[in-house]
Design a protein around this ligand. Sequence first.
Ligand SMILES: [Zn+2]
Ligand SMILES: [Zn+2]
Ligand SMILES: [Zn+2]
Length: 550
Amino acid sequence: METEFSYQSLNSVQGRCLATQIPPEIFINICQDLPPTDLLSLARVCKKFYSYLCSTNSTTTQEIWKNSRLTFLPFVQMPPPEGMMELQYVKLVTERGCQFCKKPRIRKVYWAFLVRCCRKCLEDRTIRLDQIRHHLQSPNLIPDDFLSGLTFTTGFYKSGWDRSPKHRPANLYWIQNVNDTYAEYIKLDVNGRREWIKRKREEGKIKMEEVVKREIEHENEYWTKTMENSKKRDDRASMIDYLIRKEKNEYGFPRFKMSIVEQCSTYNKAMMSTSTSPFTERAWIGFRNKLIPEYTQLFSSLRMQRQETERHLSPDVAIQTRQMDIVKTIFELLRPEGEQRQFSNTVTNTTVNQQQQQQQQQNTSSDSDNNEPSENGNQIKNNNNFVFENFLIKYLPWCPTFRNPPFVNKDPRILWDDDFLMSVLIPQLREEALYLKNYPAPIDTVCGAFLHGGLNNKRVFGCKLCINNNNNNNTQDIPQLYSFFEVRLHLTKDEHKVRMINDDSMIEVYPSLSKSADNTSYSGQLFPRNKPEVFFAAGFNCNLICNLLN
Ligand SMILES: [Zn+2]
Ligand SMILES: [Zn+2]
Ligand SMILES: [Zn+2]
């Protein structure tokens, strides 16, 4: 009973077939607006559609294909070659794969022979002009001008007898054409041959001009497609990057560290993919599921390696390394938003909408915060909590917790857990940075002079160690004055060789000197703004980065 029911329902579906219900005029109207690829699919739907679209003697069919081609194939505007139907013409240029061996993805059309084929199949079916001459000369001494009516292409290939390693360019003729025209020629008498060749020369000239025109039209399409595709691949790669960077963990920090992601084969394969289709939500889910286990494994093995190496650091270098961990984590947080790229419309609509919504959210949050309207560009928002704002970075090196961080077992050589860094340490640092911003330190402290007094490049800093020495020696010279950078250089070099600078016990500030009449002469050397890692490697106290971060 069930089978009977299914049979009947199937039958009734067939009874309502579109092709039998739609009058031909309306079907033709529908076809007017369809690109060739859709017409080809439609022809495969059923016999009725096939008969409409693949008829060889209907002018309407020819018109449908011609309109579609002229509308949707801007690089196939020339009429079809003589003797070729519109349908065959459209198939030749839009379908892919070698017409002989079915090798996929071949798109090269040889207009001289009206075939789309791979190199191997071309070589199998063509013959070089010098090979033809070689064959002709030995028995009959026939000149090669019987070829005048044929079209040819210029190719590079090595034949069996040619042992030269060079692939010399040569005119290639379609073997079948050569045989046919030779048979035609050989039947004629001497006078007939002369007339025949004269006619063939004219024909051949016109045909070759047409071939060249078609090749140019098609080459243009090829290069445009190639450029479009490389643009699409770029967009796809940017989209993958964007989605990876966008993903946040529970603390509002990036879920993935790009330096580790870049070592994952899942990521590298996706980046090198030749696919030009947009990266969809579904593709992202699959990609993410593969990336996470690889990332997690790599993350923990890199961390173990690092811990092993850093076990042997001296304490002062270890402290600086931990401070750099804080800086890097905060930078990682700020970086992705700063690198947002423009996407072309190949990006899926849903993702674009999400992006726009996010931007709208950011805009509204900026509007509601009137305190720092100009500095809000890079702030990171997570459940209404800011994780660390760009404008707070300059306060970071002066935060008590940054200068004297809580180490695991009081040992700076032990790495912090990422969870601790993100959920405890950085929120604490943010509180301290906000405090420094809202409650400026007095100008006669190093921090106050540097951060709030605008004196960082003024020579208002003195070395307390030298001053104490001089007092002991009872000399009453005016103390040597430095810029902030210079005084720290002084402390790490020369007679002091300090490894860890403690600003307030080692540096004296003379804020009043900056107001003296001869102001400009007190301008000292600023921090070099490039190569912070050079300072770091030289064993400088990490507090030095305070200016580099500005
Ligand atoms: Zn049908
Ligand atoms: Zn082939
Ligand atoms: Zn000194």
